[in-house]
Design a binder for this molecule. Sequence first.
Ligand SMILES: [Zn+2]
Length: 78
Amino acid sequence: MKTCYMCKGPVELSLVEVEVRGVVVKEMPAEVCKRCGEKYFDTKTASFIQEITKCIDDKKKGYFVDIIRSAHEIESAA
Ligand SMILES: [Zn+2]
């Protein structure tokens, strides 16, 4: 049985919600401390979260570039 690094409480594998850049990712496997609620992710899950973070950042960048561009187009057309 694993224990929590923070409080030495018991940790249990469960599915949790993870917030990435304000986006909630549901059903992420994590070992959660039953005492303090600290979450521990394995390497695979951690890198998946990193990928999502990067993806959101990239998409957001592209998204806002388009929005700004079309805002300028509307401005110059008016
Ligand atoms: Zn704990």
